[in-house]
Write a protein that binds this ligand. Sequence first.
Ligand SMILES: NC(=O)c1ccc[n+]([C@@H]2O[C@H](COP(=O)([O-])OP(=O)(O)OC[C@H]3O[C@@H](n4cnc5c(N)ncnc54)[C@H](OP(=O)(O)O)[C@@H]3O)[C@@H](O)[C@H]2O)c1
Length: 252
Amino acid sequence: MRLKEKIAIITGGNSGIGFAIAQEFKIEGAQGAIFGRTQETLEGSVKELGPGFIAVRGDVTKADDLERLYAQTAERFGKADILVANAGGAVGPGTLGSVAEVDEASYDSMADLNLKSVFFTVQKALPYLNDGASIILVGSIASNKGFAGMSVYSACKAGVRSFARTFSADLMDRGIRVNVLSPGPVDTPVFDKFGLPEGQSQQAKKQFEEMVPLKRLGNPAEMGKVAVFLASSDSSFLLGEEISADGGIAHL
Ligand SMILES: NC(=O)c1ccc[n+]([C@@H]2O[C@H](COP(=O)([O-])OP(=O)(O)OC[C@H]3O[C@@H](n4cnc5c(N)ncnc54)[C@H](OP(=O)(O)O)[C@@H]3O)[C@@H](O)[C@H]2O)c1
């Protein structure tokens, strides 16, 4: 029970990696809130997590929604000890593509979700976090690679990796540590959300499997276990750090 009596907030906790993080946190004794836009998956996820968790519906790109998330969580649990800025990934058709193709609206929606929202997810949380809190930003090993068609997403995730360093420096006086969990390809619903033509998301998964030295996709629970380490005092000497949980794809 490495997170006994800890209060955690997980954005995007209603799907994929975020939900698995919430499940692992629960196993370790935490309670808290999950946040996302889809009512159905919020309800299903919070039911599975049990009475120690609440679901708040909203959009991480909207400051008012973030304020509401933190106010509602504080009303139920008091201040939080762990924040996971995990919401991100796909924003629909047209946002993946070569530098020759991506239009300005697609660029903006990708950057709003995967970079700007991370900044304000953290900023708006600060009054609601205990000193000594652990903040985990979900990056991606895409930030270290040159995957074709992923320029905007990868640059956003490189920005997220940079935020962990500067936020840790900014928040040092409160003992708040900020680190990055950078997954490699993980088997989640994200592959179906890029608006790829029929069959291409399965093909993309297969291509990633081949690229990973372990020759498989990661599973969400493997990300959850790394998040537990970063959230707990086991990682008390880590700040501004990145852990790549990626089957070796970034470094081998
Ligand atoms: N799966 C991978 O291979 C992989 C690899 C590297 C990094 N990552 C990163 O891991 C994180 C989680 O991705 P995943 O694979 O678990 O994808 P996922 O299953 O699609 O989950 C994404 C989560 O983010 C939430 N979300 C998206 N836009 C949102 C918004 N505007 N406001 C609030 N919530 C929003 C979604 O909920 P709603 O749709 O209900 O809002 C969902 O809960 C992302 O940051 C992604 O970039 C994933």
